[in-house]
Design a protein around this ligand. Structure first.
Ligand code: FES
Length: 162
């Protein structure tokens, strides 16, 4: 059955995804994860195409996607900044670090800058608690952060020097 809102390329990609993962309702999360792995976010059209292809209602897929913070509805920026909010980092001032990044970039947690350069999100633990407070930009860890240090790091990325 053709979906009036989905392009044929979305439908053929959805076909591939559903064939690889499955079409039962319990596969909603893996299906969404696969869409996000391919696109870095959940394009509405792809979610609808996967709903069409799998028979899982789009409302259910969107409901699951909204519930879990791992899913995003906007494209990911060139630099993904993850601020650790685990216990050690929280105690060491993660909230202040987060606030400074938000101010420097003009976005809130979960958002992407308009120029698509930065996305900001929080994570539970980055696994290097002795360096608290810690952030990760791309695959690079920055630890023992201070107000000055984080401002300089963000500036380097903004200036394209990092
Ligand atoms: S709590 Fe932040 S790295 Fe573990």
């Amino acid at each position: 059955m053709a979906c009036c809102n989905c392009s044929s390329s979305s439908l053929s990609e959805a076909k591939e995804i559903v064939a690889a993962i499955g079409s039962e309702p319990e596969y909603a999360i893996p299906l969404l994860q696969e869409i996000q792995r391919r696109h870095s976010y959940l394009p509405e059209e792809m979610v609808e195409a996967v709903a069409e292809e799998s028979g899982i209602p789009a409302s259910k897929l969107f409901g699951v996607a909204t519930f879990y913070s791992q899913f995003r509805f906007t494209p990911q920026g060139e630099h993904l900044i993850r601020v650790c909010k685990g216990t050690a980092c929280h105690v060491a001032g993660a909230d202040t670090i987060s606030l400074i990044i938000e101010q420097e970039l003009g976005i809130a947690e979960g958002d992407t800058t308009e120029d698509l350069k930065f996305s900001l999100e929080s994570v539970a633990c980055l696994g290097c608690c002795s360096l608290a407070p810690v952030i990760m930009i791309g695959d690079k860890i920055y630890g023992k952060l201070t107000t000055t240090k984080i401002k300089n790091i963000i500036k380097e990325y903004k200036d394209g020097e990092a």
